[in-house]
Structures are given as structure tokens and as C-alpha cells.
Write a protein that binds this ligand. Sequence first.
Ligand SMILES: Cc1cc2nc3c(=O)[nH]c(=O)nc-3n(C[C@H](O)[C@H](O)[C@H](O)COP(=O)(O)O)c2cc1C
Length: 151
Amino acid sequence: MASIMIVYASLTGNTEDIAERIAEGVRESGCEAVLREVDSCSASDLVQHDGLLLGAYTWGDGELPDEFLDFAEEWDEIELEGVKCAVFGSGDTGYAVYCGAVDIIEAKLREKGAELVQESLKIEYGPNAEEKEGCRDYGRRFARRCMAAVS
Ligand SMILES: Cc1cc2nc3c(=O)[nH]c(=O)nc-3n(C[C@H](O)[C@H](O)[C@H](O)COP(=O)(O)O)c2cc1C
């Protein structure tokens, strides 16, 4: 069974809600979903799985949340070449840089040679009912791509 790691940072629960819905979609597809908050895992945990989904809210002026800053220092030391990844997050369109953390994480993964297998998912605040289904679908699509690679 393919195993997919979902690592996220969430201050008020919106990104967590997205992460949980994505995890449901991953599981519906018959894959294992390992869901972890970023401050409870180390960068080396990332490479033990068949796919990696990273999620963050945006802080400051389009910045990564502090929890991800510590993590981002560590991932310079790990090999992500060819690892199947995708990025999601929550933001607020009232800010100048909407979901900037998602773009920063995506750029970092590209720089590390990771394979971004689908477009990033950005949601304003928490997902509404329709967006929740979109999150599940996002998880299902990601899982299918990872399963195709392991079978
Ligand atoms: C101090 C502060 C700065 C923020 N800066 C941004 C920003 O630059 N861009 C953005 O899209 N959202 C920004 N946000 C909005 C949060 O990312 C948004 O509320 C998000 O839904 C929080 O997700 P969470 O519930 O997972 O913590 C900011 C929020 C706060 C409180």
C-alpha cells in the first residue's frame, strides 16, 4: 500500500481542516495517510513515504509561519530529488500576497528537485462544503499519482 505523508502548520485550524479533508481523499483511494503537524516531525521523516503533501497558512507579509521556518532550515540537509510532492494552504485575499507561504514551499521543493505532481491548492480561510469535497478530490488525485508510481 502506498503511504503518503501530510505535514501541515495551522494556527487557528483552517489549514488543519484542509489537511484532514485531503487525508480522507488519500484514504478513500486505498493509500495510507500519515497526518502530522510540522512541529511534531523532522525533515528526515519526509522521505520515508511514497508521496509528500506540505501545507501551511501564511503569516506576516506573505511569509512562512515560524513552525515551518525551523523545518525549512532542516530540509536543506535532506535529499528530495524525485520525491512526489504537492503543496496546499490557507490564506486571506485581503493581504497583499495571498497564500505566499504556499508559493515559498513550492519554490523550495522545486529547488530541491522534488517532483510537483499537481498544482498547489489555495483556500481562503477554512474550506466550505464545496471546497471540502475539492480537498478530498485533491487527495484522491495525489494518491492516484503516487500509486501509479509504486505499482
Ligand atoms: C498577522 C497575520 C498575517 C497574515 N498574513 C497573511 C498574508 O500575508 N497572506 C495571506 O494570504 N494570509 C495572511 N494571513 C491570514 C491567514 O493565513 C489565514 O487567516 C489562514 O486562514 C490561517 O490559517 P490557519 O487557521 O491554518 O492558521 C495572516 C494572518 C495574520 C493573523
